[in-house]
Write a protein that binds this ligand. Sequence first.
Ligand code: AMP
Length: 276
Amino acid sequence: MKLAIVKTTEALHDEVLVKNRSKTIVFVPTMGALHAGHMSLVERGKRIPNALIVVSIFVNPTQFGPNEDFSRYPRTLDADAEMLEKAGANVLFLPDVETIYPPGYETVVSLPKLSKRWDGEHRPGHFDGVATVVARLFGLVMPEYAIFGEKDFQQLAIIRRMVEDLALSPYIIGAPTMREVDGLAMSSRNRYLNEDERRIAPKLYETLQSLSKKADREAIEVAKHGLLESGFSKIDYLALVDTDTLEPLDKPKNPARLLAAAWLGTTRLIDNIEVI
Ligand code: AMP
């Protein structure tokens, strides 16, 4: 089946509600600049019986802060569509800003507790933007399943909480982080890295892995220094947290998660791993 590209809600609904009415809608929301990590979400979706895989690309302005990279965020639509077609996605939804936020739009979805720390602290308003756009996209796409990457672990926790709290329909599937051969988590933002930065970048994952054996407060402080010494310019956070609440932990408990965000020049990288 060829990839259907739709821009309006009417065209989307014609695809999912009329032409493919008997299919199970499986939704993969993205911001484009697609890579093998995104494709792994499509592959995961294809394992669901009778799936119609709907991928959206929308660079959501409300989840970027005023000094963030909204305007320079990579936009690679032709390559994205080609990749999705090859991967066997069925529908590509490309809404414009007015489709997502029509005149008069005002609702904001906010999860103050889960958004308080980590990326939420360093990117004020980011998760309100994420939760709101995902809720709106769920309303438009009406999926039975939605797939998100563990790469954005706090985002996944927030989406799960939101779906529970608002009794939204989709069943949320978390998919493992895809990595380059040297361990760097795949990310659309990796293309910002220059050659030197790209060489240093895998240190973030190496650091998380070495901490997974011993993640007490002292080991975390040593690891932060190590990252700065290897060339990271700033560490937003490196922390051991409860897998569900994302509250910080003093000592490892089973299971826990190590979360990190650090800057290489003007590029901010995030990563996380499970600690058992
Ligand atoms: P983005 O386009 O960066 O907003 O990401 C869209 C979806 O792809 C989110 O659910 C991300 O968590 C997921 N994703 C991004 N990078 C990866 C990766 N390296 N492995 C698995 N999923 C990813």
